[in-house]
Design a protein around this ligand. Structure first.
Ligand code: ASP
Length: 586
């Protein structure tokens, strides 16, 4: 037997017991005749003591142990004289009588401690060592518990977990597909699913009523920070439900897991229409943990001779509480921040509401104290506050200011820690007009249904009408992160055909790509709706973290590479020949 106990479970009540432990050497310390070894496994750390008065040769052996060696120790549990209150096992130690080295270890390239000295690249290359560290172990333990809580809650609501295939067909909608060549079907390719969307809808047609799956999805996107080419969704679909029932069901799931894993009662989730979210926060996923809502200033700021404002569709600002004393340098940094190409603003106007009641702005030339006072009044600013103002085209400017709102809140520590603010964003537009490509994109995906009262307008309306169609599509946002998204689906062939047509598909293309789904709609498809949660993101957000990577056992790096196994990699000639592929690098 390798062990009678693990390294996290012995307590004072076990004193006197003969035990066997196995684990990794976290650290060793010599004190005269005594050698202490911290023995670690997933469950904790237990102190082992070797006493040379007791057994000199054994103690000598213990002195030679290196970090991360794997050993087995037999001995007696005894009370420690020097207790460690920070460790659950800190009241006891094992007086060793026997020790076996099960395996040696090279000196690890970074320390296996909560705070490590290893850089990102090194830790990714030795992910199995990084995973030994306690913070990462806690993350993966959390993830496992969350998955179980999700399964048990949904099973209790009569959901069935059904697996859908990973080798499917490439479609041009959405992100880029990862493709897999088929050996048996020369010149043809599978694609890895971006989501099981069409399959879960077919399961509804097949009468499964309530489906879920904790499932890997694959998207070959340019990797923005904190995106992974493969990630996990809690994917769900329900038949015979309205949007209201979907929202309630998954609000229930979310509240349950927060209660179960964090002991947090999220309460009832507020809802906000998409249009309102954009208007008030410049974002379709507003962070509700702090205020700083967008305030329209057209009326007070236009027609005062400042051409930049006068020629703008929108002048809009945020009131930043208590930041009137920002330095020139800090304000310049904010200006540079909004002028970066990722944000794309032309400039930033500020107004400091000084403590003495006067105003100081970057546009003092055009606006006197009285004029600036009306801005402050519109924004509800009081002495000590700072106004930050952008202008330009309505949509873009709101988005830019929404981004600045987040940036300022983060930069100046205005986001309260440890709070969770959920929000349903509802009534998304059905279609999004792409000015450059002169075509519509589906705002959510092509299977999303317009609101029932919009169906006639969709079937008969003109081009402009299409821009204003609203969908039964919804997102769950927590602390400004999109946690989930879904929609009520089209389940009628004619309406689905119309949607494809609006999205620029010819009838032949629509049939070739999605004929199987539209065909299924002709065999008694029930009304249905669903949602998918980003599982990795949910793990991170529940723990107040921004990086999903730390919740994935073996993630890819920013270039989409697994540097540990060194993938992607070339394949050999024989494999290429079998697949009828030839690689030419230009
Ligand atoms: N399949 C969708 C997605 O991955 C979610 C849904 O509509 O259920 O975003």
């Amino acid at each position: 037997m390798f062990r009678t106990h693990n390294c996290g479970e012995l307590r004072l009540t076990d004193a006197g017991t003969e035990v066997t432990l196995s684990g990794w050497v976290q650290a060793g310390r010599d004190f005269g005749g005594l050698t202490f070894v911290d023995l670690r496994d997933r469950y904790g750390i237990t102190q082992v003591v070797f006493d040379s008065d007791d057994d000199a040769p054994l103690t000598e052996q213990a002195r030679k142990l290196g970090r991360e060696w794997v050993i087995q120790v037999k001995g007696t549990v005894r009370e420690r004289t020097n207790k460690n209150p920070n460790r659950p096992t800190g009241d006891v130690e094992i007086l060793a009588r026997e020790m076996t080295v099960l395996n040696k270890s090279k000196v690890p390239p970074f320390t296996i401690e909560d705070e490590t000295d290893g850089g990102d690249d090194l830790r990714m290359k030795y992910r199995y060592l990084d995973l030994r560290r306690n913070p990462l172990q806690q993350n993966l333990i959390f993830r496992s518990k969350l998955a179980l809580a999700v399964r048990s809650y949904l099973a209790g609501q009569h959901f069935l977990e059904v697996e859908t295939p990973n080798l499917i067909k490439s479609t041009p909608e959405g992100a880029r597909d990862f493709v897999v060549p088929s050996r048996l079907n020369e010149g043809q390719f599978y694609a890895l699913p971006q989501s099981p969307q069409t399959f879960k809808q077919l399961l509804m047609v097949a009468g499964y009523d309530r489906y879920f799956q904790i499932v890997k999805c694959f998207r070959d996107e340019d990797l923005r920070a904190d995106r992974q080419p493969e990630f996990t969704q809690i994917d769900c679909e329900m038949a015979f439900v309205t949007q209201e029932e979907v929202l309630n069901t998954f609000e229930g799931l979310t509240r349950h897991v927060f209660q179960e894993l964090k002991g947090v009662d999220l309460g009832k989730f507020p809802r906000m229409q998409y249009d309102e979210a954009i208007r008030r926060f410049g974002s379709d996923k507003p962070d509700m943990r702090f205020g700083m809502e967008l305030v329209e200033l057209n009326e007070v700021a236009q027609n005062k001779g400042f051409n930049v404002f006068d020629s703008a569709e929108l002048v809009v600002g945020i009131r930043v509480p208590g930041l009137a004393d920002l330095s020139r340098k800090q304000l310049d940094a904010l200006t540079e921040w909004v002028k970066r190409p990722q944000i794309g603003a032309k400039g930033l106007v500020y107004v400091k509401c000084n403590e003495n009641g006067s105003y100081k702005s970057s546009v003092d030339k055009f606006f006197d104290q009285e004029a600036l006072g009306t801005w402050a009044a519109s924004a509800g600013a009081t002495p000590g506050d700072l106004l930050l103002v952008l202008s330009g085209n309505d949509e873009q400017t709101r988005t830019q200011l929404g981004n600045l709102r987040l940036h300022v809140a983060q930069e100046y520590d205005m986001i309260p820690a440890g709070v969770f603010k959920p929000l349903w964003v509802v009534d998304f537009p059905l279609l999004e007009w792409d000015e450059e490509a002169e075509r519509f994109h589906a705002m959510h995906h092509p299977f999303t249904s317009p609101k029932r009262e919009e169906v006639d307008r969709m079937l008969t309306g003109d081009h402009e009408t299409m821009k204003s169609l609203k969908a039964d599509a919804y997102d769950l946002v927590i602390n400004g992160a999109e946690i989930g998204g879904g929609s009520v689906r089209i389940f009628d062939r004619a309406l689905q055909e119309k949607n494809f047509q609006l999205l620029g598909f010819t009838p032949e293309e629509a049939e070739a790509q999605f004929g199987f789904l539209m065909g299924a709609f002709e065999y008694g498809a029930p009304p249905h709706a669903g949602i998918a949660f980003g599982f990795d993101r949910l793990c991170a957000v529940m723990n107040g973290k921004s990086s999903i990577r730390d919740y994935i056992a073996f993630p890819k790096n920013n270039q989409g590479r697994d540097v540990m196994i060194d993938a992607p990699a070339p394949i050999d000639e024989k494999q290429l020949r079998e697949l009828q592929l030839r690689v030419t690098v230009e």
